[in-house]
Design a protein around this ligand. Structure first.
Ligand code: NDP
Length: 449
């Protein structure tokens, strides 16, 4: 049995009922197979076994009081996955679907993503099954304060520096930062995604979406193509989707779709960015509100999607940007995208394509960038925020944006060259996984067991 297969079996046996974690380990390990064959040292030093085991898993109760005085309990997590390359870094997700397995898959992916940025960052992820939807401002504040009351002792600017993810934006980061400061009496860069008025970085809000579009442009450039003039399908309607749409317009492309967990929008004239920001960032409303404001947009609820499919991927497009959540694009969706002439898939979300969908993209030879490379602009900018906090400076929007663009090009070059080195040019899954893993693995060997 190959070392890669042994590791997959071990991950399944040791982490029962954590399907998303198994999926992520399998995807990474299968593409590392050629590296393991070439470099026996990784097996000798048991790097595979060590890299699939989080260094520390913190699980805790988060009690809070709702507006009626009732007691509520949620479960909080922080998975400090790997610190070979730097302090733990990775966002918090607040969503009812969050489980230990979800956060382990995200922390595992984050380790290699952070390595790909070329910056000094370890990998982590955290969050809670708390659902911020329908909660008042004060309920969200009390929840965030309770969450941080347990977690603060495990964090620090050179220990573990969390950020946002699904359900955690500037407002939640603010409440958690406030509580950390109260508990420690330290005003320090312990969270990223902070408001720019008190330590945040300009362009952090835009970074993940912008970065995904920079990655797409890099992939097209090698084939002498560009985004300008392309019709694009974007899923999601949160932070990543909004700034993917914004940057696509800046490149002359036309994004025509959006989605959330209840339905999707098709707006053939092109997504109205101003309305999108108003609905999602100001009103915090659903996409049905977007359809109310843009009469020529068509709203389709999830219950009317074709069976077993995500309707976003049925809309004809040349480029697809999945920016909502994991496993939102399956094999049927992948086939439909190809049948409609799609030539590029660039993942703003983490693991949005199922393993079978990824195989279809790779076999078809289209430009496909996995999330760990395509959405790394967010964490890279978080590191830029840490650098600004440590030096007590604030850089201009243009300077940060320029650095994001350079980092995305560097990541593209790393995955492109590594795929070529291993005889599979254009296989960016293999390229990103090997390039990301190699650095972490070598650091682990050098630092000893
Ligand atoms: P937001 O919370 O801002 O937005 C998430 C979007 O995805 C919303 O439109 C949400 O709809 C939708 N969504 C969430 N769960 C589901 C679901 N089960 N089915 C369908 N739609 C769903 O999160 P972000 O934009 O920050 O994150 C989106 C993705 O990007 C995630 O995979 C995240 O891990 C990844 N990412 C984010 C980074 C960042 O900097 N923010 C960095 C790197 C990756 P609804 O409102 O209905 O729930």
């Amino acid at each position: 049995m190959s070392y890669a297969r042994e590791l997959i079996d071990r991950a399944v046996a040791m982490n029962p009922a954590e399907g998303e974690f198994h999926q992520a380990v399998e995807e990474v390990m299968l593409s590392l197979h050629p590296l393991f064959q070439r470099e026996p040292k990784y097996q000798k030093y048991r790097i595979g076994e060590r890299v699939i085991e989080p260094e520390r898993q913190i699980i805790f109760a988060v009690p809070w009081i709702d507006d009626k005085g009732g007691m509520r309990i949620n479960r909080g997590f922080r998975i400090q996955f790997n610190s070979a390359l730097g302090p733990y870094k990775g966002g918090f997700r607040f969503h009812p679907s969050v489980t230990l397995g979800t956060l382990k898959f995200l922390g595992f992916e984050q380790t290699f993503k952070n390595s790909l940025t070329g910056l000094s960052l370890g990998g982590a992820k955290g969050g809670s099954n708390f659902d911020p939807k329908g909660k008042s401002e004060s309920e969200i504040m009390r929840f965030c304060q309770s969450f941080m009351t347990e977690l603060f002792r495990h964090l620090g600017p050179t220990t573990d520096v969390p950020a946002g993810d699904i359900g955690v934006g500037g407002r939640e980061i603010g409440y958690m930062f406030g509580q950390y400061k109260r508990l420690t009496a330290h005003f320090e860069g312990v969270l990223t995604g902070k408001n720019v008025k008190w330590g945040g970085s300009l362009a952090r809000t835009e970074a993940t979406g912008y970065g995904a579009v920079y990655m797409a442009e890099n992939m097209l450039k090698v084939n002498k193509k560009k985004l300008g003039g392309m019709v694009c399908a974007v899923s999601g309607s949160g932070n990543v989707a909004i700034y993917t749409v914004e940057k696509l317009y800046q490149y002359g492309a036309k994004p025509v779709t959006l989605s959330d967990s209840q339905g999707m929008i098709h707006h053939p004239a092109g997504i109205n960015l101003e309305v999108l920001k108003q609905v999602k960032e100001v009103e915090r409303a659903r996409l049905t509100r977007y359809a109310e404001l843009c009469k020529d947009a068509v709203y389709t609820p999830v219950k009317s999607y074709p069976k077993g499919r995500n309707a976003v991927w049925s809309v004809p497009c040349q480029a697809a940007f999945p920016c909502a959540t994991q496993n939102e694009l399956n094999e049927k969706d992948a086939k439909q995208l190809l049948a409609n002439g799609c030539i590029l898939v660039c993942e703003g979300a983490n693991m949005p394509s199922t393993a079978k969908a990824v195989d279809i993209f790779l076999s078809a030879g289209i430009a496909y960038a996995p999330g760990k490379a395509a959405n790394a602009g967010g964490v890279a900018t978080s590191q830029l925020e840490m650098a600004q906090n440590a030096s007590m400076q604030q850089w201009s929007f243009e300077m940060v944006d320029k650095k994001i663009k350079e980092i995305m090009t560097q990541i593209f070059t790393a995955m492109h060259d590594t795929a070529k080195e291993f005889g599979q040019p254009g296989n960016y899954v293999l390229g990103a996984n090997i390039a990301g893993f190699r650095k972490v693995a070598d650091a682990m060997i050098e630092q000893g067991i």
